[in-house]
Design a protein around this ligand. Structure first.
Ligand SMILES: [Zn+2]
Length: 241
């Protein structure tokens, strides 16, 4: 199951739009299988699928490239620290504590062992915090307000201050409300459109292609079929009187 809140939200919207009756996902196996879809251009759907696959591949390459650059830069940084450490040693000077403190607390991509090696700190990476000062380090709030927050561990993420945390939460809630309204409006529009088209005699299969172009959906065919059945029942009901 995805834990992406947007995906979950869309799934929930889709379930509510379809009354939870249908499941249209190829990964669902036989339960989600909806049978042959007639009169549509399969090539279009297939090529759309492959271009999404290509973009996925490109995103993966971009991530691998970024990981490689990070490793390279980590190596260059270690070399620069070693040159500085060597220069201090030649001058017979100690590395300033403030330097170790900043490298250790403010730059988590630098390994503690690299700091120990560069400045010949006794005890290796595991003792760097003693030179850096093990008091919690103050750093600017991750929310961007500029207030200082305390880093309690080198490996923890930079926290946000209470004010920023409240603001970010309010923005998140507002965004979700906006998305929910947007999807509700879209669902109503979609249903209204499909009803109108079917009342003019068009079949779910005919509407399928148009629907995937008008609305980005996970596959509206089962929903269209349910709607067609509903309209038929309404019509039969109306004919009784
Ligand atoms: Zn803040």
């Amino acid at each position: 199951m995805s834990s992406d809140p947007c995906v979950e939200f869309l799934d929930a919207s889709w379930r509510s739009a379809t009354g939870g009756r249908v499941s249209y996902r190829s990964t669902d196996g036989p339960a989600g299988y909806v049978g042959p879809v007639n009169s549509i251009d399969l090539g279009k759907f297939e090529s759309e699928m492959w271009s999404a696959v290509d973009e996925l591949e490109q995103a993966r390459h971009a991530m691998d490239e970024a990981t490689r650059r990070l490793a390279e830069q980590r190596g260059r940084t270690s070399a620069a620290m070693q040159r500085y450490g060597g220069a201090l040693a030649i001058e017979d000077r100690q590395v300033p504590q403030q330097v170790v403190r900043s490298l250790y607390w403010e730059h988590r991509d630098i390994r503690a062992q690299a700091i120990a090696d560069a400045f010949a700190l006794k005890g290796g990476g595991g003792r760097v915090h003693e030179y850096a000062g093990s008091e919690p380090f103050e750093t600017p709030c991750a929310g961007g307000c500029g207030r200082p927050v305390r880093l309690v561990a080198r490996t923890s993420n930079v926290p946000t201050c209470p004010e920023c945390a409240a603001r970010i939460e309010a923005e998140r809630q507002a965004h979700f409300r906006e998305v929910a309204l947007h999807h509700q409006k879209e669902r109503e529009e979609r249903e209204e459109w499909a009803r109108r088209q079917m009342l003019e005699g068009r079949t779910p299969e005919e509407l399928y292609v148009e629907m995937t172009e008008r609305w980005v959906t996970g596959g509206p065919l089962p929903w269209l079929k349910d709607l067609a059945a509903e309209l038929e029942t309404e019509e039969r009901g109306a004919n009784l009187f």
